[in-house]
Every structure is written in structure tokens, then in C-alpha cells.
Design a protein around this ligand. Structure first.
Ligand code: HEC
Ligand code: HEC
Length: 378
């Protein structure tokens, strides 16, 4: 506490007579730093296969159709569980699509998730489905960073028993049966191919082209960065000052997504009260599961916070239902036990009052951007 109190006093005095304050809240240096939070444009075309122009648009449209198509999914292992509803009867095929968990009207996150249960496809996934809005900006994919490119990740939801429980063969068969002409117009004869693996690669690039269009900027926070001083309320301005100052948030959540993508252990209890082992796995090693290095156990990718008010519940298995709950979690310095690995030394109890906590939530609520256009949500 001593450290931050000292910094606070120092900056308060400095603010009185040395540094000019921007909008009464920020030093020139802080304001310059905040400009690094602006969301840059994103190339709508995937790097693989060199699609461009209309060809890339057509690929995105094909990717969109596949994203919403449950026809190639495999048999369900779990029917209605009585917690967040099933997708059909046990053994039924053709029931799960990407949109089952990445719900287009819920910012491509899973509205069914709650702290007692993660996302349900053919079976329980073990983690809460992340929002795909702005996901394409990231440097790595999945919370343990298994992929550094978006397209090849398709293999995970396609083939894992808990998700689509399908296969490259079943995907290729669906494309031959129902998308052949569209596929050929985009990918044949130069880019695609007709064996199952080639069709999988082309389809993965098409889905990436679609995912690259699921972007959202233009939040009230962005308008504030454009010096529209009334874009966000006073409480959110105080919250932002805490966020980049004594609350330490920007030590991990910074840059255009407000999440630097580094892997860290914040000490999230895997099972919070009310969660059942049946629906949320007993342990999750996070990054350690991918690298095999015990030093990485319990580390998760630092997520971006854009649109965060719309994408609860929070943390890797949706352990915390509300933003106010997340801020409480940081106030006490993360949970004490019940997680893998060793907590990051930055996770210390914060000297924040109730009003400070409310201000932080008010700031997080300004990060909701413009909705993804309706034509991309169906
Ligand atoms: C049963 C629910 C479910 C289905 C169906 C599903 N996903 Fe996911 N998806 C998840 C979960 C849970 C995560 C988070 C897993 C993780 O990060 O380890 C995720 C993560 C992702 C990510 C990574 C995002 C990021 O920020 O790293 C992408 C991309 C993705 N899914 C695309 C798809 C596509 C494409 C499909 C359809 C082929 C699909 N998903 C189907 C549950 C699902
Ligand atoms: C030491 C690095 C670190 C600090 C400091 C930190 N965070 Fe986080 N934050 C993370 C990581 C890592 C996660 C993901 C944890 C998980 O999934 O289990 C996360 C998750 C979150 C989430 C949930 C996002 C989601 O979609 O589930 C929110 C909201 C959040 N942090 C806000 C904040 C705020 C507000 C502060 C300051 C009070 C803060 N964080 C400080 C690293 C950090």
C-alpha cells in the first residue's frame, strides 16, 4: 500500500503545479500513453492462400455459411443437462455449429454459460466460450496460446468430442455435397484441392476470413480518446485513471484490445461455490497444459477487455458472473487457493474504496463498441 499511496501523493502534487491535466484527469504523458489503446484497422484477408479482393469476400461468405451450419457435426454425448439446456438427444447428429457456443447475438460468446457450467456442445467444453469479436487481432489463440494463427485452430472445434465431435472427412463431405460450386469458384483450380485435407485447409481459411470481419470499435471510450470529452461519465474517467494507475490493471491489460496477450496466473479458484465437477473440470493447468512447464501452470492469456460488459460470465471457466465481482476479485488480490501454479506477484490486495470499485466498473462499461453488422450475424 505504501508504494501506491506515495505515487498517488506524488502525482497529486505534480498535478497541481507541474503537469497540465488533460480533461482534469490525466497528465500529458498519460494521455499520450492512452493513445496506444486506439484500435487499428485489421486486414480482412487471412495470410494463408493469398486471397484478395472479391475472392476474399466470397471466402468470408462461405466461411460464414460454414460457421452457422450444424450439418457436419457428430453425435451428442450429453442431452439436456437441466443446467443450460442441451442441443438435442444423445446420439443425435447435425446439432452443433460454431454459433451454438459463439452466439451471434451475444457478441459471439456463450450466453448459456454461468459459474456453475461452461459451454455445452456435443459435451461439456471445460472452458467458457470466448467472444470472437476482435479475436482476430490477437497474437495467439485459445487461452493457453496453442495457436499463433487463426485458420489451423479450426481443427480443435471441428474434431474435439466436446465441441462439434466431427472430422475433416465429414467437413469435406458436407462441402462436396452442398458448397461445391461456391468452393470451386473461390479455391479451384489454384488455391484449393479436392482431397479432404486440402478442403479442410481452404475451409479453415474461409472461416478465418469471416472471423476477421467480426470486429468492433467505436466505443464511448474510443470517442473519448478522440477528445470528445462528454463521451464517458466522470466516474468512468476516474475509473480509467485508476485502471492505468493505482489499480495496476494496465500492467497486464493494455494496448488496443486492453489485454497484452501475455500468459499470467491471476489465481482464479477453479471451482467457486456452486460449481459442479460434472460441468467444470477439477483443474485447468492453462498455459502449462500446452508447454508442459510447471512454471506455466495456472497461467492464462491476458484477455482483451473490449465489449467486456456484454460477454460475461468472466475468467476461463466463467467463474465470476459480473464485472463488479471481477473488480472485487482484484481488490482482494485474487483468490487464495483452489488454482494451479503460483499467483503472479502483481496480484496483491489493492487499496480501493467502494467508490473506486464502482468507478472501475463504470470505465469497463464504456468499452462496448458498435455491434457487428446484422448481415454478419446470420
Ligand atoms: C461447444 C462450444 C463451442 C463450439 C461449438 C465452438 N466453440 Fe470455439 N470456443 C469454445 C470455447 C470454450 C473456447 C475457449 C477455449 C480456449 O480458449 O481454450 C473457444 C475458442 C474459440 C476460438 C479462439 C478465440 C480466442 O480468443 O483465442 C476460436 C477462433 C473459435 N473458438 C472458433 C470456433 C469455430 C470456427 C467453431 C466452429 C467450427 C467453434 N469455435 C465452435 C467453445 C466452442
Ligand atoms: C497480473 C496481470 C493482470 C492484472 C494486474 C489484471 N488482470 Fe485482469 N486478467 C488477467 C488474466 C490473465 C485474466 C484471465 C484469467 C482467467 O481467464 O482465468 C484476466 C481477466 C480479466 C477479466 C475477465 C475477462 C473475461 O472476458 O473473462 C476482467 C474483466 C479483468 N481481467 C479486468 C481487470 C481489471 C479491472 C484489473 C485491475 C483492477 C485487472 N484485470 C488486472 C491479468 C491481469
Amino acid at each position: 500500500m505504501a508504494r501506491w499511496t506515495a505515487v498517488l501523493w506524488a502525482s497529486a502534487f505534480a498535478g497541481c503545479w507541474a503537469e497540465p491535466r488533460v480533461d482534469g484527469h490525466f497528465s500529458e504523458a498519460e494521455w499520450a500513453y492512452l493513445q496506444t489503446y486506439r484500435l487499428p484497422p485489421l486486414d480482412p484477408c487471412p495470410p494463408r492462400l493469398g486471397l484478395a479482393g472479391a475472392q476474399c469476400d466470397d471466402a468470408a461468405a462461405l466461411g460464414q455459411a460454414l460457421f452457422f451450419d450444424p450439418s457436419f457435426s457428430g453425435p451428442l454425448a450429453i442431452a439436456d443437462d437441466g443446467v443450460n439446456g442441451g442441443l438435442g438427444a444423445i446420439g443425435e447428429r447435425g446439432k452443433v455449429s460454431c454459433a451454438s457456443c459463439h452466439m451471434p447475438d451475444a457478441w459471439f460468446a456463450d450466453r448459456r454459460s454461468n459459474p456453475a457450467a461452461t459451454s455445452l456442445g456435443a459435451a461439456w467444453t471445460g472452458r467458457n466460450a470466448t467472444s470472437l469479436v476482435n479475436a482476430a487481432y490477437q497474437r495467439s489463440f485459445l487461452m493457453h496460446g496453442e495457436f499463433t494463427e487463426l485458420a489451423p485452430l479450426l481443427e480443435v472445434p471441428l474434431t474435439r468430442p466436446a465441441l462439434l465431435n466431427s472430422s475433416k472427412q465429414e467437413l469435406a463431405a458436407a462441402i462436396r455435397a452442398r458448397y461445391q460450386a461456391r468452393y470451386d469458384a473461390i479455391f479451384e483450380p489454384d488455391l484449393g484441392g479436392s482431397d479432404d485435407e486440402q478442403i479442410f485447409v481452404a475451409a479453415s481459411v474461409a472461416i478465418e476470413a469471416y472471423e476477421r470481419r467480426l470486429v468492433s470499435g467505436g466505443s464511448a471510450f474510443d470517442r473519448y480518446l478522440d477528445e470528445q470529452w462528454d463521451a464517458i461519465p466522470e466516474s468512468a474517467k476516474r475509473g480509467l485513471a485508476l485502471f492505468i494507475g493505482p489499480a495496476l490493471c494496465s500492467e497486464c491489460h493494455d494496448g488496443p484490445l486492453l489485454g497484452d496477450g501475455e500468459f499470467r496466473n491471476t489465481g482464479v479458484q477453479q471451482h467457486r461455490p456452486g460449481a459442479s465437477i460434472a460441468f467444470v473440470p477439477a483443474t485447468d493447468l492453462g498455459r502449462g497444459r500446452h508447454t508442459g512447464d510447471p512454471a506455466d501452470d495456472g497461467k492464462f492469456r491476458t484477455p482483451g477487455l473490449r465489449n467486456v460488459a456484454e460477454t460475461g460470465p468472466y475468467m476461463h471457466a466463467g467463474q465470476i458472473p459480473t464485472l463488479a465481482g471481477v473488480v472485487e476479485f482484484y481488490r482482494w488480490g485474487g483468490d487464495d487457493a483452489g488454482f494451479a501454479g503460483v499467483k503472479d506477484p502483481m496480484m496483491v490486495p489493492l487499496e480501493l474504496g467502494d467508490e473506486d470499485a464502482a468507478d472501475l466498473v463504470a470505465f469497463l462499461e464504456t468499452l462496448t463498441g458498435e455491434a457487428v453488422p446484422a448481415e454478419l450475424r446470420r
